[in-house]
Design a protein around this ligand. Structure first.
Ligand SMILES: *Cc1c(COP(=O)(O)O)cnc(C)c1O
Length: 384
């Protein structure tokens, strides 16, 4: 078995329970048996989304749901406000552009979060904006955007609110109904700790109204078909679903329910705090502004005199800890530690200890055990 400790921002390692569920034999995907699994899964998805609305599954990675969210509401001549502060914000913009629709980008410096006032200003200056896209957790920069505050601003406007929670749902606060999110999308392989290959989304009544009157240019992702089959009795998907992955996601969501969503978010927050404390105690520098840093992934500047290749190479080859590199212009300049899914202090202590040894080997001045102590101190109750 490949024992490498995966500390990347997805895909994440799945629990043995989930692997076992996935090994069950295939059933008829248009049957009461599968219908029960599907309805359980989408009901749990809605619970994790914290919405009263139905959720729908799409076979595909997170990007499939991003594309479905956008193309079902787009028509030629529309104007979409894309908030872009990293690779995934850019992706939403590129999806919009690929449909020949006007994207109005609101550029945010990589490493910072969007200022809700800037969203308000953009909406004031352009009254015909049909939708706003925002990535909650910008995985490329390790930034959490203020989805609640932006949602508050959007209540005063007609624009639909589309949010990517691929790398935050199940690890950070996402209250779809409370925040007024109209279309929320996620993927299976990040905080939910299921294998990659499934995406999910949920739509508000306002969003469905727009979808209904939009002549969308999509066949496979036509959400009207997903709703028709998904709301049938027993529920189905319009096309053959990834049956085994559905078993896996069903089991992974049961794990989430058993842990409890709030406990799970708390665990992620603690892991993020422990990671940041360890990084700072080793005199390394966080890439994003700390006050907007992510709950599920920590991006760190690669220190002077150390190359990404050497650093992550030793971490992987010698210590069997896999970290992620930077994307685009951050490639070679930052590394990223994913602490999402099933990560606890156990994995963090191993990761930080391996990091100390690796940095020492690369002649970087570190005190052995200092980072590990910072992790331990974060987890120990204060009254000990
Ligand atoms: C991982 C991720 C996605 C989707 O990527 P896929 O490779 O298509 O699953 C989208 N948005 C964010 C913020 C992500 O982290």
């Amino acid at each position: 078995m490949n024992e490498t400790l995966l500390m990347i921002p997805g895909p994440t390692r799945v629990s043995p329970r989930v692997l076992k569920a996935m090994s069950e034999n295939i059933v008829n995907h248009r049957s009461a048996i599968f219908g029960k699994i599907l309805s359980e899964t989408t009901e749990m998805m809605s619970e994790v989304f914290q919405t009263e609305n139905h959720s729908y599954m799409i076979t595909g990675s997170g990007t499939a749901a991003m594309e479905a969210a956008v193309e079902n509401i787009l028509e030629t001549g529309d104007k979409i406000l894309n908030i872009v502060g990293g690779k995934f914000g850019e992706r939403f913009m590129n999806i919009v552009k690929s449909h020949g629709v006007n994207s109005l980008p609101l550029m945010v410096e990589w490493g910072d979060a969007v200022n809700p006032d800037d969203v308000k200003n953009a909406l004031e200056e352009n009254e015909d904006i049909k939708a706003v896209t925002l990535v909650h957790n910008e995985t490329s920069t390790g930034v959490a955007n203020p989805i609640k505050e932006v949602g508050k601003i959007l209540t005063d406007y007609d624009a639909l609110y589309i949010v990517d929670t691929v790398s935050s749902l199940g690890g950070d606060e996402v209250y779809v109904d409370d925040y007024g999110i109209d279309i929320c999308v996620t993927g299976s392989q990040k905080c939910l700790a299921a294998p990659p290959g499934l995406a999910a989304l949920t739509l508000s009544n306002d969003a469905w109204e727009v979808v209904e009157r939009t002549d969308s240019q999509t066949y496979y992702f036509d959400l009207k078909k997903y709703r028709k089959s998904g709301d049938a009795e027993p529920p189905e998907t319009p096309y053959t679903p990834a049956v085994s992955l559905t078993y896996a996601l069903n089991e992974a969501l049961k794990v989430v329910m058993e842990e409890g969503l709030r406990n799970r978010i708390k665990r992620h927050k603690l892991a993020a705090k422990a990671t940041r404390n360890a990084i700072k105690s080793l005199d390394l520098e966080l890439f994003p502004k700390e006050e907007v840093s992510s709950t599920t992934v920590t991006a760190v500047n690669i220190p002077e005199g150390v190359t990404d290749r050497e650093f992550r190479g030793i971490m992987r080859d010698k210590y069997h800890v896999e970290l992620a590199g930077g994307q685009d212009h951050l490639k070679g300049n930052v590394f990223r530690i994913g602490h999402m899914g099933n990560i606890t202090h156990r994995e963090l202590i191993t990761t930080i200890s391996a990091m100390e040894m690796t940095l020492r080997e690369l002649d970087f001045d570190v005190e052995m055990g200092e980072g590990v102590a910072a992790v331990a101190d974060t987890y120990l109750p204060e009254d000990l």
